[in-house]
Design a protein around this ligand. Structure first.
Ligand code: PMP
Ligand code: GLN
Length: 450
């Protein structure tokens, strides 16, 4: 046998042949900015996570389960109590009945549910329509599945006084004709709709969802084109001001009471539109619903068991099953902690108003939004002439000691990305928002001296 020479053992000098889906992407913008935040001791308003954990009950049940129950593989689709709770939640909050046995898959966070759905539905050559800015995990998985990303940009809200562009009060959909061309194309297999939307905070309106549903209905009467609905922020809709301000007066009666009591914000799902339930998979996350992002418990549901069954087959080879103790905790959360998630929208609306005041005082123009953890603001007045939004966020972390996320990071077509928008995370304790706000204001004062 030939002797092995030392050069045979050397690592090859050329980089290994990686899949371009992941080999070409760096670390996510959230990891990058959190690392920069730690390095410069920033107030971290970048990566989206609350700094106060959700209900203690959920952690207690999970911990007790971990110590007292068997910690072996559980059913791959999820423990029965949690699947039943998720099915009941779908019926109660979206009027979408799903079968707990065949219509629910518990996943390792919403991230895995999204990946499993894309891998299950997208074949090489299929087109997947995304609305930019879009959450960063969609496109790499579409490409890994051999699909083609077709990204259409949402139009940013127009500043008061600006003539051109979309609506003043909200981000808006691309032109219907462009949507029809992209979605109606023969090879379009999947349309991803994220509402409430990260990073913009937009909550899609009924007519907008109707438009998207109508295009799919007309363009694909054979039912071939599906919707993947990323609804992780379902309970994080910020109630409009009039809903949070109780009406005074002591009138009785149902309608008077309805006006007086702050209503739980309503989430509209595209899946509840006529004919859509069969084409939709909805994705949720305990991380967002119960402010426990480190649990990484998510789920996918559909009223069409053929869809959940395909997704389940991908899930079995991605993770197989999710830690049963965490699932037990989340099941207890659904059973006992609904006041918690029903109150989140109003709490976040209050935090949004607080952060909005600070960023406004610091020279940014806050953009309107209706939900989520995020506030997008225009930093044009603080930016150097040739600075990019990413360069600005690095400088803001280094000099201002506040971490934020450049919006261009969420664009698949970089050339269409706005150049001066940044995203701040608002789900932080008031004192943290205030410290971030003071630092932003000092940074602005320094900019004005330059
Ligand atoms: N979708 C969107 C729009 C998100 O913002 C996030 C993360 N915040 C996810 C999916 C992933 O959620 P999870 O942490 O449950 O995987
Ligand atoms: N979804 C979070 C955000 O938008 C980040 C999650 C992550 O870091 N993967 O900030």
């Amino acid at each position: 046998m030939a002797k092995t020479s030392s050069s045979d053992l050397d690592l090859p000098s050329r980089p290994p042949p990686l899949s371009p889906a992941f080999g070409e992407s760096g670390t996510t913008i959230f990891t990058t900015m959190s690392a920069l935040s730690a390095k410069h001791d920033c107030v971290n308003l970048g990566q989206g996570f609350p700094d106060v954990d959700g209900p203690a009950k959920i952690k207690e049940v999970a911990a007790k389960h971990l110590l007292e129950k068997a910690q072996q593989y559980c059913p791959a689709a999820g423990v029965p109590e949690l699947r039943a709770a998720i099915a009941a939640h779908s019926a109660k909050f979206c009027s979408l009945p799903v079968d707990a046995e065949s219509g629910v898959v518990v996943t390792a966070g919403a991230t895995e549910a999204l990946a499993a759905a894309i891998l299950a539905f997208v074949a090489p050559g299929d087109r997947v329509v995304l609305l930019d800015p879009s959450y960063d995990s969609y496109a790499p998985i579409v490409r890994a599945a051999g699909g083609e990303v077709v990204a259409l940009p949402l139009r940013p809200p127009r500043a008061a006084g600006e003539e051109e562009g979309g609506s003043v009060s909200s981000w808006s959909l691309p032109d219907a004709a462009d949507l029809r061309d992209a979605i109606g194309a023969r090879h379009t297999k999947l349309v991803v709709v994220n509402s409430p939307h990260n990073p913009t905070g937009k909550v899609f309106t009924g007519p907008e969802l109707e438009l998207l549903a109508g295009i799919v209905r007309e363009g694909h009467p054979d039912g071939r084109c599906l919707f993947l609905l990323d609804e992780v922020y379902q309970h994080l809709v910020h109630p409009p001001k009039e809903r949070t301000t109780p009406t005074l007066g002591d009138g009785g009666g149902e309608s008077e009471r309805a006006r007086r009591e702050p209503e739980a914000p309503k989430h509209a799902s595209l899946a509840s539109l006529p004919g859509m339930a069969q084409r939709c998979v909805r994705v949720g996350s305990a991380g967002k619903t119960f402010s426990l992002t480190g649990f990484k418990v998510g789920w996918a549901t559909s009223s069409n068991p053929a869809l959940t069954s395909a997704l389940f087959r991908a899930h079995q080879f991605l993770t197989f099953c999710v830690p049963p103790s965490l699932q037990a905790g989340v099941a207890a959360g659904f059973a006992e902690c609904s006041p918690y998630f029903l109150g989140l929208g109003a709490e976040l609306a209050r935090k949004r108003a607080r952060l909005e005041r600070w960023v406004g005082e610091a020279g940014f123009r806050p953009l309107p939004a209706e939900g989520t953890y995020f506030l997008v603001a225009d930093a044009a007045a603080l930016m150097a002439p040739s600075e990019t939004d990413a360069g600005f966020c690095v400088r803001l972390a280094e000099e201002g000691r506040v971490a934020a996320i450049p919006l261009s990071a969420f664009y698949n077509n970089k050339s269409g990305a706005p150049k001066t928008l940044v995203r701040f995370c608002l789900c932080k304790r008031d004192e943290v928002l205030d410290e971030g706000g003071r630092r932003l204001r000092s940074f602005w004062e320094e900019q004005r001296k330059k």
